[in-house]
Each structure stands twice: as structure tokens, then as C-alpha cells.
Design a protein around this ligand. Sequence first.
Ligand code: AMP
Length: 424
Amino acid sequence: MAAKRRFQTVKGMRDLLLDEARRFAMVEQIARDAFRLYGFEELRTPLVEDTDLFVRGVGEGSEIVGKQMYTFDDKKGRSLTLRPEGTAPVARAYLQHDMASWPQPVKVFYMGPYFRYERPQAGRYRQFHQIGAEVIGDPGPYSDAELLAMLLRFLSKLLFDDLEVGLNSVGDPECRQRYCQRLREYLEPRRGELGADSQRRLETNPLRILDTKVPEERKLLEGAPRLRDSLGRAAREHFAVVCEQLERLGIAYRVDDRLVRGLDYYTRTVFEISSARLGAQNAILGGGRYDGLIGELGGPAVPGIGFAIGQDRLVELLSGGLTLVVPPVCVIPVGSHCREDALQLAEELRDAEVMAVAELASPRALKAALRKADRGGYDWIVLVGEDERAAGTAVLKSLYSGLQEAIPREGFAAAVKARMEPHE
Ligand code: AMP
């Protein structure tokens, strides 16, 4: 008979185990607390959206829409897509629930899995996780600074001290058009020095050439005109106020002329935060203003700004090894008829908020049970056998001192808790 196939996670996707799952949950909790401090509400959108939402919202020229979407037809032939990013769904929800009629700006945060068909590598997955926030209905620039302050407050709670904040302005669409023209004029005569990707982008989206990773192209760009010099007055003033407010708030940043971000919808303020400890894929988060997005999706001209943190990379920065958390107490039935006592006792301990496990799989002889408990890393074990049952007691044994005592079943959990306290 052929061996049964063993299944694995799909390429680019992974299980989160033990400490990693715990760190994910911890980061989420800290994010919720930090964002609520600023008056943000959580918004949970579906994993699947109408494909056109991303085509229109993220932009046809973007890598995401061009190459990376998990798109499929449902049984009625509707084209659906696993969400590759969080801002377009939030903008969709803003319009769908008429949030323009709520007090403005609407401030929301979100977290969960996102999907992009990218080449998997360290720090890059096909199912990854983002924690994001959006402020919709405030043109800035003060709210831009406040959003960055919130981000850094959150990150400081995770005790990061080696983060670099990169800041730039991509201006309004007119400034960008003007700039793209200048950039083309600079690059066209040097076309031969560009790789195939950048040559293609020269036609489709020259701005994206600025964030190339190819060293020769980076060198070539050193002499290129700067996007900032093409900004119109309003965009320039906006950027100046953002910088000034960040300085007043004591937030260190670096103006990065090459920072343009990959998505088409950004306007004016854009930013990225990276850590040198992450290697090639070093951006932990990215964000920016998207004053045209809601209008692009058929809504009124409402401005917005937001960010998305790569939770996988954030957690990687926190990582140590993988360990099992061992509850302090293990309840062991001795002999064959005491499993129900063990089940009962463990429940009573949990009623008293004592973290406990019970050995319910098979009743053991005392010696074997003790040997197993010793190896398990517990602080305490509770033994219930026929004798204890008859006497209405259970035995509590400290694996530190080896001391043990019989405790009455009546009030057992409270008595255990009282004895545990000195250890904590
Ligand atoms: P973006 O939505 O492309 O602006 O990405 C925001 C952040 O999400 C990035 O800075 C990364 O930290 C993270 N991210 C984006 N794509 C992936 C991916 N495929 N795998 C892991 N993290 C990702």
C-alpha cells in the first residue's frame, strides 16, 4: 500500500508556534492599548474583497496588482481577491458605512493576515501579518506628526532602540507628474545603464526606479533631480510642518529622497521605519498620506493617512528561542480510578486562577508518575490516589523542596494558591 501523504503548509506560508504565537498575541495586545490611547477603534474587514477594489485602490501599475494577488472566481464567476493590503478595504468600509457622516477624522486600526504572491525569502511570506491604522478625514499636517508619534510610542513599548525613521514627501499628483518628466529626462540618455526592470519602469512608473536595490542604479541616481525640488508650494509647506512638529515632539527622523513607497495611492507624506538588524528585507513598516484614494473609489474627496506594520518582521526582532510555557502545577491521578478526581481538582485550581495541567491520558503507578512530573519542569505536583480519595484529601508536593503535605479537598485550591505565593 502506498504511504499516506503527509501535508505541509503551502509555500510561503507558515504555522506560528509556541513563543512565536505568544509574541504575535503580545504585540497585538500592546498595539491595541497604544492605539486606543489615541482614540482609535478596531475595524475588522473580510479577508476577501472584490478584485476591482484593489485594482482601483492600489493601482494597476503597482507590483501588487500586476503580479502578486491571489485572485480567483467564485462559483458565480465573481472575481475575488485575498486582501493584499489593508488600506483599500478600510477605504471601502469608510464609504460603505457612510463614515463621512461620523465625527471626523475617523481613526481605525486593524490587524490580521494579508496575502501576496511574492518570492518567499527570509522575512517575506505569502501569508504575512500586518498591524495598521488609518486616519480618514483630516488633511494634516499635524495629524501626520501625531500618527508617527503614536507609532513610535507603540514601538518604544516593545523596547526597540535601533529604529530608523525615513521620511519624504511624494507631493500631489501634479508635482509627481512634473517630477517624473524631469526624472525621465535625466534617465533617458542613461537608459543603457539601467536593468530591464527599471527600463520598463521608465515607461510605466519612473518613480519606482528611485527605490531600486541595484547598486549601479543607485549610483546613477545620485545625480538625479530630487523629488522634493519638484514639490508645489502647498505640498512643500505641508512637509515643512510635519518635520517641524516631529522635531517638537522629539522624534528623530531622516529625510530620505529615495523613499517613494510601492503603492500608487500615496500623496505628500510618506515614511518607512526600518531596523538594521533585519538584513535585506529591513523595512518594518511603511505608510503615508493618500488624499486621492477615497475619491478614486467613487467617494468624496476625503484625505487620509495610515501605516502598515509588518508583524512578522516585528516579531522576528523580538525573537529568542522557542520554549514551552510550563504551568506551575500538574495534577496526577495515581491508580486507575482517580482520573475524575484529577480532572475535578485541576478545574478547581483554574477557578482560583492557578494555571494547571492534569495527566488524564492514562493512570500511572506512583513511581512512573513522579518520574514524568520531575522531567516536566513543574513547580508543584498534586497527587490523588485511592487513599486520598477515601480521606477526602489530595497531596501537594513542592518539586523545589521535596516537601509534601496532605490538604483537605474542601478549600483545596485556595490552600494551594496560598502556598504558591512565596514562589512568585
Ligand atoms: P506595504 O503594505 O507593502 O507598505 O508593507 C508594509 C510592511 O508590511 C512592510 O514594511 C513589511 O514589514 C510588511 N510586508 C509587506 N509584504 C510582506 C511580505 N510578503 N512578507 C512579510 N512582510 C511583509
